[in-house]
Design a binder for this molecule. Structure first.
Ligand SMILES: [Cu+2]
Length: 293
């Protein structure tokens, strides 16, 4: 019942182009925690939906995040539906946040002891009337684990002077309108190259994003000029940092499958690679080695 409401909202979202030049993302104020620890998630709305005020904010809580309470807001109705005895979502609805205002929505819970020290992803839906935007703010349960393993695992693919390794993505929730894409790109040549665009059959619009602090809030934004790969260096796209963003995905990313993406570089040309779909919330490619469904 809960799911069908979400799907209807996302269906409406899929006909809206979300491609603004500086797309701010919704992220948590604090993005670090540990297994077994309590965590207060503070979401700051980056903006409304194309000028329309926000009237609903829904957080889909990941497995292993329990004892959830959410903070009431004046003028908003708070709902916390449970599935199998665990709060599955917190939804604030019925209020109105103008496009340019940075209102906060907060909840608290505890991460289970047995969660791996990886990034945990919360799928957030922001709705403005019949338009919905999807966000995937992440909490890291390990120390700097987003890049430690980025150079390990996965087969290397070579294109001219470029070597691509650790290409992966993560499973998406059935109602998530966006997916991420990650790969490490090493330039073994003596001239800089530039990732200028990405295309995939899974999305009408694959963007290149970076993380940046804007007005003291960590946000993601599109790099309209692409991403430079300096000579002799490795640029790593990884959760919590630089990434490809698949907007309005046509179908969910399913663990164990692959998502094709064609990367076009200014000098080296274009190449199609396969992103291995890792578990929901996975932070590296290394999980594939001991999982065989
Ligand atoms: Cu992004």
């Amino acid at each position: 019942m809960i799911r069908s409401v979400s799907r209807a909202a996302i269906a409406a979202a899929s006909i809206i182009a979300v491609a603004t030049p500086a797309l701010a993302h919704m992220t948590f104020e604090d993005t670090q925690s540990t297994p077994g620890a309590s965590f207060r998630g503070v979401l700051v709305l980056p903006h409304g939906c194309d000028g329309a005020p926000t009237d609903t904010v829904r957080v889909n809580l990941p497995e292993g995040f329990g004892d959830v309470t959410a903070e009431d807001k004046d003028g908003w109705v708070l709902e916390m539906p449970s599935v199998d005895g665990q709060v599955a979502q917190t939804t604030w609805s019925g209020g109105s946040v103008p496009d340019d205002s940075h209102e906060q929505f907060a909840f608290t819970g505890t991460f289970a002891d047995d969660l791996p020290e990886t990034d945990i992803l919360f799928a957030v839906e922001q709705m403005c009337g019949d338009v919905a935007l999807g966000w995937e703010p992440v909490v890291s349960l390990g120390e700097n684990n987003t890049s430690d393993h980025a150079h390990h695992g996965g087969e290397a693919v070579t294109l001219g002077d470029l070597e691509l390794t650790s290409a992966f993505t993560r499973a998406t929730l059935p109602n998530a309108p966006v997916g991420g894409g990650y790969v490490a790109i090493t330039n073994t040549g003596d001239q800089a190259d530039r990732l200028v665009s990405a295309e995939s059959s899974f999305s009408p619009d694959v963007q290149i994003h970076e993380m940046a602090v804007v007005d003291d809030v960590m946000k993601m934004q599109q790099l309209p000029e692409g991403l430079e790969i300096p000579a002799g260096e490795t640029v790593t796209l990884a959760p919590g940092g630089l990434h490809l963003m698949f907007m309005n995905i046509s179908e969910p990313f399913v663990e164990g499958q692959t998502v094709p993406v064609t990367l076009t570089f200014e000098r080296a040309g274009a190449i199609e690679i396969e992103l291995a779909v890792q578990a929901f919330g996975a932070s590296t490619t290394s999980h594939s080695e001991h999982e065989g469904h």
